[in-house]
Unconditional design. Structure first.
Length: 398
C-alpha cells in the first residue's frame, strides 16, 4: 500500500503551520542585504557589525522573550515577533543613517527572539495535546517545504530587483512577515499559561548551562565537537554574502542575479543531504565529516584563480554541496554522545556556540574584506576550517 504523505489528522491540526511556509516566497531581503548596503555607501566593516548585531541581541533577549511566551502563550509571542519584524523591515526605508540601521537591526534580533523558540514549542504542545504521532515528520517535512519555497524566492527576488531596483526588498520582506502573521492567526493553541519570573528563568538557565558545560568539557568527544563547531562557524562567517557578493560584483556579476545565486544555493542545499547516506557507505560518521569538510575547504582555495564570475559561482556551489552533504551526519554524530536528560540543554549550548562564533567573526570578516579584499577573505575561510578538521582527527570514539 502506498504510504501517505500526511498522517491521519495531521493536516487538520497543522495546516496553518505548513501553509505559513508560503510566506518565504517573499523573503527576499537576505538575498540583497549586502548589495543594498553597498549601494547606500556602507563599508564592509560596517556591514559586518550590522549583520552581527541581530544574533547578539537575540542571545541577550532569549530569556525575557521566553518568559513573555510563558506568561501570554506561544501564539501571542510568535505573532508579536512576526508583526514587529514586518514593521522593522519596512522602517529601513526611512533612513540610510548607519546608526539608525544599527538600531533597527538590533531590534530585529529582539523581534526574532519572540518567535525563534516559541514557534516550535507552540507546535509541539499542540501535537502532544492531540496525541498525534507526527511530531518528527512535521519538522522534517517543514524543512523540506521551506527549502523548496526558498528556491523560488530567489527567482521572485531577481524579477523584482531587475524591474524596480533594490529599494523594494524591504517592503516585500515586511509583507512576508505579515502574510505569515495572517496565516498563523488560524493556528490552534493548546497551552496552559503560567506565571513565570524572569529572575527564576535566568537562575534555571545558569544551572542548566553549568551542568551542560561541565558534562561537555569533561566528555572526550563532545568537547572536541563543540570547539570544532565554533571554529567551523567562525570560518563559515568568512564565506558569506559579506565576502562573496562584493567579490562577484568585482567580476561584473549583476545585482539582480544574486537572486538566481540564492536559488541555486538552496537547490544544492536541498539535494546534498539526500545523498549523504549513499555516499557515506561504510566510512563512518567521523571520517565522512572530515573528508567532505576538507574537500569543501579545498574548493574555497580555488577562488584565488577566479577571473570570471562563472568560475567563482561554480566554486561557491561545489563548496556548498560538500559542506551541506555532511550536515545531517554531523547532527546525528553530535547527538550520539549526549544522554537524553541533557539533550535539549546541550543542543541549545551548541546553537549558542555557533551564534557566538558568527557574532564575533562577521565584523572581522567585513574589516578584512575592506582591507585585504573579499577574495582573500574567502580563501581565509577555507584555511580557518583546517583547525576544526584537526580537532575531529583527535577524537577517540572508544
Amino acid at each position: 500500500m502506498k504510504k501517505e504523505i500526511f498522517a491521519e489528522r495531521e493536516l487538520e491540526v497543522l495546516w496553518p503551520f505548513y501553509l505559513e511556509n508560503i510566506s518565504y516566497l517573499f523573503t527576499i531581503g537576505p538575498i540583497f542585504f549586502v548589495p543594498y548596503f553597498i549601494s547606500i555607501g556602507l563599508s564592509l566593516t560596517q556591514m559586518g557589525i550590522l549583520l552581527a548585531v541581530p544574533s547578539l541581541t537575540m542571545l541577550l533577549f532569549e530569556i525575557p522573550t521566553g518568559a513573555i511566551a510563558d506568561l501570554y502563550g506561544r501564539k501571542f509571542s510568535v505573532l508579536l515577533g512576526y508583526l514587529l519584524e514586518g514593521f522593522l523591515l519596512i522602517s529601513v526605508l526611512f533612513s540610510s543613517s548607519y546608526y539608525y540601521l544599527l538600531t533597527i537591526f538590533a531590534l530585529m534580533g529582539i523581534s526574532t527572539s519572540f518567535s525563534s523558540g516559541s514557534g516550535d514549542a507552540w507546535v509541539v504542545d499542540l501535537i502532544k495535546s492531540k496525541k498525534g504521532k507526527f511530531l518528527h515528520n512535521y519538522f522534517m517535512k517543514r524543512r523540506s517545504i521551506r527549502s523548496f519555497v526558498l528556491i523560488f524566492s530567489g527567482i521572485i527576488g531577481t524579477l523584482i530587483v531587475k524591474k524596480f531596483g533594490l529599494i523594494l526588498i524591504w517592503p516585500i520582506s515586511g509583507l512576508s512577515c505579515f502574510i505569515g502573521f495572517i496565516i498563523l492567526l488560524f493556528g490552534e493553541e493548546k497551552y496552559a499559561k503560567r506565571k513565570v519570573k524572569i529572575s527564576k528563568s535566568i537562575r534555571g538557565l545558569k544551572i542548566q548551562t553549568k551542568t551542560s558545560l561541565s558534562y561537555a568539557k569533561n566528555h572526550p568527544v563532545l568537547f572536541y565537537l563543540l570547539v570544532a563547531g565554533f571554529i567551523m562557524a567562525f570560518a563559515g562567517a568568512f564565506s558569506t554574502g559579506i565576502s562573496w557578493i562584493p567579490f562577484l560584483q568585482g567580476l561584473n556579476f549583476p545585482d539582480y542575479a544574486f537572486g538566481y545565486m540564492w536559488s541555486a544555493i538552496w537547490l544544492v542545499s536541498a539535494i546534498a543531504p539526500l545523498l549523504s547516506k549513499k555516499l557515506m557507505k561504510d566510512s563512518g560518521e567521523r571520517n565522512f565529516i572530515i573528508k567532505m569538510t576538507l574537500i569543501g575547504a579545498l574548493f574555497l582555495l580555488l577562488i584565488y584563480f577566479a577571473t570570471t564570475w562563472a568560475f567563482a559561482l561554480g566554486v561557491l556551489l561545489v563548496s556548498v554541496f560538500f559542506f551541506e552533504i555532511q550536515t545531517p551526519v554531523s547532527n546525528i554524530y553530535f547527538h550520539k554522545f549526549i544522554p537524553d536528560k541533557l539533550r535539549a540543554t546541550i543542543g541549545s549550548l551548541e546553537s549558542m556556540v555557533f551564534s557566538l562564533a558568527g557574532t564575533i567573526a562577521l565584523p572581522i570578516a567585513g574589516y578584512l574584506a575592506d582591507t585585504i579584499g573579499a577574495r582573500y577573505v574567502i580563501i581565509l575561510s577555507g584555511i580557518l576550517t583546517i583547525p576544526g578538521i584537526l580537532l575531529y582527527l583527535k577524537i577517540k570514539e572508544k
